[in-house]
Design a protein around this ligand. Structure first.
Ligand code: 5GP
Length: 370
């Protein structure tokens, strides 16, 4: 754990609202009169010590999306947005994360005086917090970046246009766009392909959540499985720069992926909880991670992956814990773990990857000694 904590890590898959601290969410809910759902209380630990976790059940994808719907009700104004952004960056700095890509869907909020805060202001607020943090923590942060996420089709165009505009105006914090949200809603090929093609034409790297729900190439009585397969196929054909999760991809798509070698953002705790392979108890979590549908194969074949938290607040985890769990589950040595980290720097969206890779390699070599 100590070694994993000291490692100069990178976080490439962290949803801003999902990274909210538990105590912040509870406090904001109280202030704004929002009643949090029973799944939230059931699933939450009383403090940052994971052994104190109250939940004995996995937190399924459906539970997660239910909880997610309450967070914007609590993060409803600019002050709250500033707070969760600052806290996410502080938590990352405490974790020795030297590069983070925070992803979020721009939302319409309110200023304290009741004035509307547009999507541009939403992004502007986050960027301002990032800039002030970078100045303060210059030695710890190579770069702090964020990405815009898309929901419905019209919003997707709006968000991608915003990202294009900001990038064109020289904003260094916008490094790419992603597609996330409830995987049972809309379809990549049918609804989002033109939007992401536009982002690509404007030089924005793309990450797409993939393989979060079961799929099958053929099924007589489960058209949903076939649809999920077709969607994943159209995502792979599009060839985003990175994929999120990619847990339940069918065998034929797995073969295709082995050829394409699209880097995958792995979020171990999130993956095994949402797949209901484990609960939060450490022994169970470890077994769940050993039974992760893809991770062992990816580690053995040195497939390009990165380790991430997904929603540190919702899954009550830290990046240090994710590294430690994977190392323990698969008996990885310090050198194995370090090599995986250094290789994952290849997959960042910021153009300064060579410099970052060099800086991390130097620090890791100092930690490993002669
Ligand atoms: P936000 O964009 O509001 O800052 O971050 C929270 C949102 O990220 C959630 O409402 C949800 O749409 C999305 N999200 C968080 N975790 C996951 C995940 O594991 N899978 C998918 N598909 N979306 C997620």
């Amino acid at each position: 754990h100590e070694f994993c904590k000291r490692l100069p890590k990178i976080e490439l898959h962290a949803h801003l609202n999902g990274s909210i601290r538990e105590e912040t969410l509870v406090e904001l809910a109280r202030e704004r009169g929002v009643e949090l759902p029973p799944e939230f209380h059931d699933g939450f630990h009383t403090n940052r010590d994971p052994s104190q976790f109250l939940n004995s059940k996995p937190r399924s994808l459906v539970d997660c999306f239910h909880i997610f719907s309450f967070i914007p009700k609590c993060v409803s104004d600019v002050a709250a947005l500033e707070r969760i952004t600052r806290e996410a960056l502080e938590d990352a700095a405490d974790e020795n994360i030297c590069y983070i890509e925070l992803r979020t869907g721009p939302k319409i909020l309110f200023h304290h005086e009741g004035e509307v805060c547009t999507k541009e202001d939403y992004l502007g607020t986050i960027i301002r917090v990032m800039e002030s943090f970078e100045r303060r923590e210059l030695n710890r942060y190579e770069a702090i970046d964020r990405r815009i996420k898309s929901k419905t089709v019209e919003e997707a165009y709006e968000n991608v246009d915003l990202a294009i505009e900001l990038k064109a105006s020289g904003c260094k914090q916008i490094v790419g766009v992603e597609l996330g949200g409830d995987p049972t809603k809309n379809d990549f090929g049918e609804h989002f392909l033109p939007v992401f093609s536009k982002a690509r034409r404007h030089g924005l790297p793309i990450s797409i959540h993939c393989g979060e729900v079961p799929m099958a190439r053929e099924s007589r009585d489960r058209p949903d499985l076939v649809r999920a397969h077709e969607e994943a196929l159209s995502i792979l054909k599009f060839g985003p720069e990175r994929l999120g999760h990619s847990l339940l991809i069918s065998e034929d798509l797995g073969v295709m992926l082995d050829d394409l070698l699209i880097p995958v953002e792995v979020c171990p705790t999130s993956n095994v909880l949402t797949l209901e392979l484990a609960n939060h108890e450490e022994g169970c979590l470890l077994k769940g991670i050993q039974n992760h549908p893809q991770l062992r194969k990816w580690l053995d074949s040195k497939y390009p992956i990165s380790l991430n938290t997904d929603d540190a607040g919702i899954f009550a985890t830290t990046l240090t814990r994710e590294y430690a769990l994977v190392a323990k589950a698969f008996h990885l040595s310090k050198i194995d773990l370090s090599n995986m980290l250094i290789d994952s720097v290849e997959t960042i969206f910021d153009p300064g990857k060579e410099k970052l890779k060099q800086a991390i390699t130097t620090r890791v070599n100092m930690m490993l000694g002669p």
